[in-house]
Design a protein around this ligand. Structure first.
Ligand code: SAH
Length: 260
């Protein structure tokens, strides 16, 4: 190990070791904020930001109240991140993709209704990069599973499973109406700056499995029906839909109108 690599490993180890501590700190900070708002409320000094924060907290609590133990309650649905495009990206794109993967995990962890996350086709530079990030922190991500195999392993043992798998891609003709907890949705783990048209659609056709796009044009008239979003945007829209059961709100949350 070189000196800098050893330093980096030590830093990652320290970071991993203090995870619980950091989580406890986050919780304490949240509690302090809540208390602060309670004081403000008593004094009649709540502003619109405070009100919005309160509403969000209430909303999340209402959702969580549906499970007896108050624990985060999985939607039951599964999302596959198909990492089978390693050789189609340059190093910079691989590194953006890996950051997006870390983001999907953290959004999932914080969600009222997390998905089960399955990352398939882990290989090459994507694999190497994840191994280097935070001392292979991905191995400790909760609610995640990692396969070196491709997602077709899903139906190798049980051919019936294939019918419940849908590849998400902007190029599909079919539009998603809603998400179903019994369906597995695949997101293409690729950052290609729109270089490869129909890449995922063709992969779905090879499967063959169903392909569907998000109902973007229907709800965000200002965006093209086939607007290509990033992995993390798509993931966040799905997470939001499960929470709100409303495409317009889920889309607006992730792609706010003021941004285009
Ligand atoms: N050229 C790639 C685009 C990569 S965008 C392709 O062939 O699809 C990364 C991933 O986000 C896509 O693979 C797809 O799973 C998802 N995605 C992006 N925009 C989408 C949309 N409008 N509807 C459904 N899925 C979308």
């Amino acid at each position: 190990l070189s000196k800098s690599a050893a330093k980096k490993a030590a830093r990652a180890e320290r970071y991993a070791a203090t995870k619980l501590e950091r989580r406890a700190k986050e919780k304490a900070a949240k509690r302090a904020k809540k208390q602060e708002r309670a004081l403000k409320r008593a004094a009649g000094e709540l502003d619109s930001d405070d009100n919005a924060a309160e509403e969000r907290a209430r909303h999340k609590k209402r959702l969580r109240a549906t499970t007896a133990d108050g624990a985060t309650h999985p939607f039951g649905g599964r999302i596959v991140l198909d990492l089978g495009f390693d050789d189609m990206m340059n190093d910079k794109e691989i590194s953006s993709l890996c950051s997006q993967l870390a983001y999907t995990y953290s959004v999932n962890r914080a969600a009222a209704f997390p998905f089960r996350l399955l990352y398939t086709g882990l290989s090459g530079r994507t694999f190497a990069r994840l191994e280097r990030m935070s001392d292979a922190g991905y191995k400790r991500w909760t609610h995640t599973e990692w396969w070196h195999d491709g997602y077709d392993r899903l139906w190798k043992e049980d051919p019936d499973v294939r019918e419940s798998v849908v590849y998400l891609t902007a190029d599909a003709d079919e539009e998603l109406a809603e998400l179903d907890p019994g369906t597995t949705y695949i997101i293409g783990g690729i950052c290609d700056h729109n270089r490869y048209k129909n890449l995922c659609l063709n992969k779905a056709r090879d499967g063959p499995i169903r392909a569907a796009r998000l109902p973007i044009g229907r709800y965000l008239a200002a965006l093209s029906t086939r607007k290509v979003l990033t992995v993390n945007q798509v993931f966040e829209i799905l997470i939001k839909w499960v929470e709100l059961r409303d495409w317009a709100q889920a889309l607006e949350h992730v792609v706010p109108k003021r941004k285009f």
